[in-house]
Design a protein around this ligand. Structure first.
Ligand SMILES: NC(=O)c1ccc[n+]([C@@H]2O[C@H](COP(=O)([O-])OP(=O)(O)OC[C@H]3O[C@@H](n4cnc5c(N)ncnc54)[C@H](O)[C@@H]3O)[C@@H](O)[C@H]2O)c1
Length: 279
């Protein structure tokens, strides 16, 4: 028996990176998936990949800064597949870059709209559908940057810390309704988010990410998809309110990113894109 047989999932940011890998994995486990993303080409090819893996999928053009668009993605799941069991709030980017003095309040707000408000909205509109289905699993992508300072641009890190706390607070409210709420805190995962704007691109990113944590290889989308599958499946029936760290041991300690403000992920980092400032 496949682990998500007959379940219905919405995944935001599923056109690329870990969201896409997770969509393909869920489909391979029997799920029906709504691919919700801004990226039409990537979204449509993710749908093909899900189908090749033996599941059903549709693409729903979604900008997660829009409350209406997130609700429409959830409505699409219900219209196509009859219910909603799994909501994966995953879309994201690096957001506003620069020092505190450089970051504008407008770019701070936009970062929070994508990385935190969208997660709130995704949870908000999942609740009535999951209640009808008798329960469900809400998963959001936070980051190790939300657990400690200096592991990402400042607005990004603060927004991700918000995702961790939102997860705990929502889990308390929704536990009695059999709706579980968890988040995943990835470490350095070799996706376009990391390598798109690094001079030298993917090979350079891989080289950096191979060395920053105790397990000497970069994280992959599969590493995150494995945790998302666990949280989505009935194997995690009694797991809620958690921030699952998937980081090759990065948070265990050691010399994070070589340490200090010189870290490419830290103060004023200019290359940990994509960022809407770079579009
Ligand atoms: N890559 C890492 O090392 C890492 C580490 C920790 C957390 N994360 C988080 O993982 C999540 C997925 O990122 P990824 O690494 O797979 O990157 P990615 O760039 O490969 O994928 C991000 C996806 O989000 C989509 N997206 C961005 N803004 C959107 C919007 N406004 N509306 C809808 N879709 C939007 C993009 O189109 C893209 O398909 C993000 O939340 C990111 O912050 C990544």
């Amino acid at each position: 028996m496949r682990r998500l047989e007959g379940k219905v999932a919405v995944i935001t940011g599923a056109a690329s990176g870990m969201g896409r890998t997770t969509a393909a994995r869920f489909a391979g486990e029997g799920a029906n998936v709504v691919i919700a993303d801004l990226n039409v080409e990537g979204g449509e090819s993710a749908v093909r990949e899900c189908k090749e893996n033996g599941g059903n999928a549709v693409f729903q053009l979604t900008d997660v800064t829009s409350e209406t668009a997130i609700k429409a993605a959830i409505d699409r799941a219900v219209k196509e597949y009859g219910k909603l069991d799994i909501m994966f709030n995953n879309a994201g980017l690096a957001g506003a870059l620069g020092t505190i003095e450089e970051v504008t309040t407008g770019n701070w707000d936009r970062t929070f709209a994508i990385l935190l408000r969208a997660v709130f909205v995704g949870i908000k509109y999942s609740i009535p559908e999951m209640r009808k289905a008798g329960g469900g699993s809400i998963i959001s992508t936070a980051s190790v940057a939300g657990l400690r300072g200096g592991a990402g641009p400042l607005p990004y890190s603060v927004a991700k810390a918000g995702v961790v706390h939102l997860t705990k607070c929502a889990a308390i409210e929704l536990g009695p309704q059999q709706i579980r709420v968890n988040c995943i805190c990835p470490g350095g995962i070799n996706t376009p988010l990391i390598h798109q704007h690094i001079p030298g691109g993917e090979p350079v990113a891989r080289q950096v990410l191979n060395t920053i944590q105790p397990i000497p290889r970069a994280g992959t989308g599969e590493d995150i998809a494995g945790m998302a599958l666990y949280l989505a499946s009935d194997d995690s029936q009694w797991v809620t309110g958690t921030a699952m760290v998937v980081d090759g041991g990065l948070m265990a300690g050691g010399n994070l990113f070589g340490g200090g403000a010189a870290s490419p992920f830290s103060v004023g980092a200019k290359w940990s894109g994509p960022s809407f400032e770079k579009e």
